[in-house]
Design a protein around this ligand. Sequence first.
Ligand SMILES: NC(=O)c1ccc[n+]([C@@H]2O[C@H](COP(=O)([O-])OP(=O)(O)OC[C@H]3O[C@@H](n4cnc5c(N)ncnc54)[C@H](O)[C@@H]3O)[C@@H](O)[C@H]2O)c1
Length: 381
Amino acid sequence: MQQAGHKLRVALVGVGFGAEFAPIYRDHPDVEWVGIYDSNSDKLRAASERFCVSKTWSTLEEILDDDEVDAVHLVTPIPLHAQQSVAVLNAGKHCACTVPMATSFEDIQAIIRAQKTSGKNYMMMETAVYTREFLMVQDRFDKGDFGTISFARGGHMQDMEGWPYYWYGLPPHHYMTHAISPILRLLKTRVKKVHCFGSGALPEDRRQRYGNPFPVETAIFRLVDSDVAVEVTRSLFQTVRPYSESFAIYGEKLGFEWQQIEEEDPLVFSIPEPGSGRGRKILHEAVEPPDRQDLLPEEIAAHTRKAVFSDGKHLSFVQGGGHSGSHPHLVHEFVRSIVEGRPSSIDALTAAAWTAPGIAAHMSAMQDGEAMRVPDFRDVF
Ligand SMILES: NC(=O)c1ccc[n+]([C@@H]2O[C@H](COP(=O)([O-])OP(=O)(O)OC[C@H]3O[C@@H](n4cnc5c(N)ncnc54)[C@H](O)[C@@H]3O)[C@@H](O)[C@H]2O)c1
């Protein structure tokens, strides 16, 4: 727990999409100041001027040696997440990291070990479980409105043509947490095993970096202590479809499906009167999910709606509508977990349970759909 009255001092690393978070930390009532670092000096200068941040650094090592810094939030390229998270925790600082946690089981283990050894907080900043849509479904789920669940499906289809180099050839399911995390959070379980097929064929020159031949992967997961099967499809290239980061969940009393395109509202399916007659009536309603500013301190509540970075021109805003208001909820949870001295809602074990299924799924795809077990990381120490 933080000393009474001590406000957090936060370093934000990577100010592409990451710049989104600078004004939210700046405005959070439990944060004294936020500083930033980016290895691209032009971006660093532009962001520090724009957000008038208190402090900048010229290397990550400088941040790790800076006794004033309590917590580091990493929003850097995917291949850096694991090594930087371990370095932050080993330096005795709390660590938030954008998704995915890592891209190998070994790196997941290393982060869990570093978190346990350091005793500092880790949080994977998974936007999908703080969207307006998810918060609405979670409310109804917790009230028992869905009844017994029979099936769930996650999807994340996004055209990554023109994105930074590390996306080219990335195994699609290595970045799958947005599609599976809402379902695992609702069902309060983790994945036991997976069968997955790759689909399509990447050109030879795009296969070099990761040895992955697939632009698309589709998987079916078995869960621990659950009879629900979960299907997840992920596409990165060669698949014409507007951006969609979605989930659907179906119970005996209620069903929920994410909107077809981001500009629409999601659909809720219900049965007006119980009955078993042939062709019984099933209703559908497009529901606008409420904006849960009531869950946030007043000082940061408006950030559920404001596109705070580049006037909303970063692709995550253009394509994802600011991840449906999730950013201030993530910052609030990370900060409050430290202040209250408790694990964050997406601590290292939870992050592992949401990241490892995608790693196992890609292994299965590389073996033409062979069953792959997903490790239980609770024994790592
Ligand atoms: N919904 C979400 O949660 C979501 C959405 C988009 C991106 N992401 C994650 O965020 C990451 C960043 O996304 P982006 O679109 O800004 O990517 P990007 O590659 O455009 O930007 C990454 C930034 O990190 C900087 N950087 C690179 N190496 C660095 C280093 N060693 N130290 C410090 N800074 C470094 C770059 O200069 C750049 O400004 C992605 O890799 C992805 O993992 C998550």
